[in-house]
Design a protein around this ligand. Structure first.
Ligand SMILES: [Zn+2]
Length: 684
């Protein structure tokens, strides 16, 4: 299961439903990043903010672990073309056309080329010409004539389009004309509610089925549900199994055989350097890729879920979102490693959880004894391909096979450096526009990323797990507080974090610059009450639970404590903290009240608080925030630039180590993926 990135980590965490978890920033809370090198927001591509994520701590792995990461990344990238093909049957042909033009631009009209570039980037983000979140097809700004002229010119420049001459290229362009330009040709990728006269298979534009109806698919007793395409050939419905074939030729090669062999070759290299347990799991994955058999997939997954290697890979035909029948697995690859530094910090926090509970501002009777905070797997992502990149999830819980889950458990990971990069991209912009003055702006630049990591950590470890409900309450407070419960709980966890920012124990845990971090966090909280308004472009109500929590906290503090004020400068509104000590006091008071409400299941109490402070928005502020957010290009959706893992060789050319390169260049990374996985681009 993938958890999306468009909301906060808390939602991801609750959606993942992990038994035991907590988490910390990928960028170490304690260390400071050199700001100049950390450019998160690279460019805007259609509705997507293109964001570079960073791999901290790679240098702390052993050379063997880095080499394993290199081969696993190579394996992932080798399979990337599969996902283009799964999306659309013309996807790889169109990719070759666009990349041929991109790499052979001499003499092409600049305006036309610019439009082709924009389309190509959007195509890379989505592995095809459908928006993956809405499932809708998108069409280019350029005309068929502009594309033809550009392609013919690129051909003269030496582009390899798989067409031997300009006539063959014309035929190819004619074939691609409808797929590219006709919005009504296969208009939606995955259709669960088909229009009249169609079914979910015929109405879906993806390439998991060809020329078959739902009834025909269901008639075939499929033996390779997860890893096959169903097509009609000569009147006969067949399964084209995705597999390489076995070396002894007992199992014949299937669809994607050549590509899968490249995945396998890299996995084999990885087994040579991997820890024994991981090498064993990888050999089982190789076996599955060769046979394509479900039993081999199960054997692999059981080994994978048990293996606790530092460097890990998710690689295979995994999630079933692309298939309207929820059966076929889309290709994906995530290579990551455990973030030991953050795990240590997390354990430190967990170890002191009882101390923080005892210092909570709520009544003694609501304080928990024997606090046992949850523990989570926080990983640093190194490389993503296929369905997980450039559009990355924020959390993943696997395997999906229910029987394995029940018998052997699951692995849940938070891709924290990825979500931290998105927070970095949005936070930088929001801080520049919505800070009330230069001092606040400077503080945000210097301290906000660390303040956020700390806040998130305390929110999860010390916040959600804290507090005790009244003995008079029978059952879960959720049942009493109903539709207000989630808002209360998110606000409560935020307040616990904000409250503890001033606690002396933080210094003992190694947190430096505590006063400035507290101020940066309080500033950000106030600012956030404006920034969230950008998400409610219609109506006059804040809807989402975290947003309602933020709105409630800030407006409560403004009203009852006067520690945050709204000021207007050059017609722009700002929310500015005027008194941090008073804000801390207000945070404590509201937190104590929320804990009482939760403990006693006081429905009327929470209804009054949230209805008064958390729901209704100021439409004039909202209109202004939307205008300012639009003007500065405040990101709402992100696509990610993966780092590249490069091999380090010894004098004999043997790969003995690897390093990570952050290109901050989306096109360069996508073209590198093509060079590694497809043969048509010239070497640089
Ligand atoms: Zn939460």
């Amino acid at each position: 299961m993938h958890n999306p990135l468009n909301r906060t980590i808390s939602q991801v965490l609750s959606a993942v439903a992990i038994l035991a978890m907590a988490f910390f920033g990928a960028a170490p809370v304690l260390a400071q990043q050199p700001a100049a090198e950390r450019r998160y927001l690279i460019e805007q591509v259609g509705p997507y903010a293109v964001v570079q994520y960073y791999v901290d701590g790679f240098e702390k792995l052993t050379p063997e672990q880095r080499v394993v990461a290199y081969y696993l990344a190579e394996a992932g990238i080798a399979g990337d073309p599969i996902y283009y093909d799964q999306i659309s049957r013309y996807g790889l042909e169109l990719k070759q056309l666009l990349e041929g033009i991109w790499t052979h631009p001499q003499g092409i009209d600049a305006a036309a080329l610019e439009k082709i570039h924009r389309y190509t980037k959007l195509f890379w983000v989505n592995h095809g010409n459908y928006h993956l979140d809405s499932s809708r097809k998108f069409v280019p700004e350029f005309t068929p004539a502009e594309l033809r002229t550009a392609a013919q010119r690129a051909l003269k420049n030496g582009a390899n389009f798989g067409a031997k001459d300009s006539k063959a290229l014309e035929a190819k362009l004619k074939r691609l004309d409808q797929p590219i330009f006709d919005p009504n040709y296969r208009p939606a990728l995955t259709v669960k509610i088909p229009p009249a006269g169609q079914d979910i298979v015929t109405a879906s534009g993806n390439n998991l089925y060809e020329n078959v109806t739902l009834a025909e698919v269901e008639k075939v007793q499929g033996t390779h549900g997860l890893n096959s395409r169903v097509a009609k050939r000569g009147g006969k419905v067949i399964e084209e199994v995705w597999r390489a074939g076995t070396p002894d030729r007992k199992v014949a090669p299937g669809r994607y055989a050549a590509t899968i062999r490249r995945i396998v070759a890299n996995l084999e290299k990885a087994t040579e350097v991997a820890e024994p347990e991981q090498a064993d799991a990888l050999r089982k994955l190789i076996r599955f890729y060769q046979t394509g058999e479900k039993s081999d997939w199960y054997t692999y997954n059981i080994a994978w879920v048990k293996a606790a290697s530092t460097v890990d890979a998710i690689n295979g035909f995994i999630e079933q979102y692309l298939d309207p029948r929820s059966e076929k697995g889309a290709y994906e690859s995530v290579v990551s490693f455990v973030d030991f530094e953050q795990t240590k910090l997390m354990r430190d926090f967990a170890a002191h959880a009882q101390y923080f509970e005892s210092r909570a501002p709520w009544r003694e009777e609501f304080k928990k004894q024997n606090v046992q905070p949850p523990v989570a797997n926080v990983v640093t992502v190194v490389s993503e391909a296929g369905e997980t990149g450039p559009l990355s999830p924020a959390g993943i819980n696997l395997p999906n096979e229910q029987d394995i889950r029940q018998k052997y458990g699951t692995k849940s990971v938070l891709l924290f450096n990825v979500s931290a990069a998105f927070a970095g991209a949005t936070g930088e912009k929001a801080a520049e526009e919505f800070s009330a003055g230069e001092e606040e702006k400077a503080r945000a630049r210097k301290y906000r990323p660390r303040a956020r990591n700390l806040l998130v950590a305390m929110h999860e470890v010390l916040g959600h797990g804290s507090g005790k409900v009244s003995e008079k309450l029978s059952g879960d407070p959720r049942a009493y507080l109903k539709e207000y419960y989630s808002t209360l709980e998110e606000a409560r966890a935020d307040l616990v974090a904000l409250w503890n920012f001033t606690d002396p124990r933080l210094a003992a845990l190694g947190v430096a610059d505590q006063e400035e971090l507290m101020r940066a966090a309080y500033d950000a909280e106030a600012r956030q009450a404006l920034v969230i308004l950008n998400r409610y472009r219609q109506g006059d109500q804040v809807m989402e639970d975290h947003d309602r929590g933020t709105q409630m906290i800030v407006h409560y503090l403004m009203d009852r404590f006067g520690c945050i004020e709204a000021i207007t400068r050059e017609a722009n509104v700002y929310l500015r903290v005027t008194d941090y000590a008073k804000m801390h006091q207000g945070v404590g008071e509201l937190l104590a009240e929320l804990m009482r409400i939760k403990a006693e299941g006081d429905y009327n109490g929470i209804k009054k608080l949230i209805d008064t402070y958390g729901v209704k928005l100021n439409p004039a502020w909202r209109d202004q925030v939307v205008e300012r957010a639009t003007r500065i290009g405040l990101p709402t959706r992100a696509a990610f630039v993966s780092p590249l893992v490069e091999p380090v060789r010894d004098a004999d050319g043997k790969i003995v180590d690897a390093r990570v390169v952050h290109t901050q260049d989306f096109a360069a990374v996508m073209l590198t993926y093509s060079r590694k996985s497809l043969g048509y681009l010239p070497a640089r």
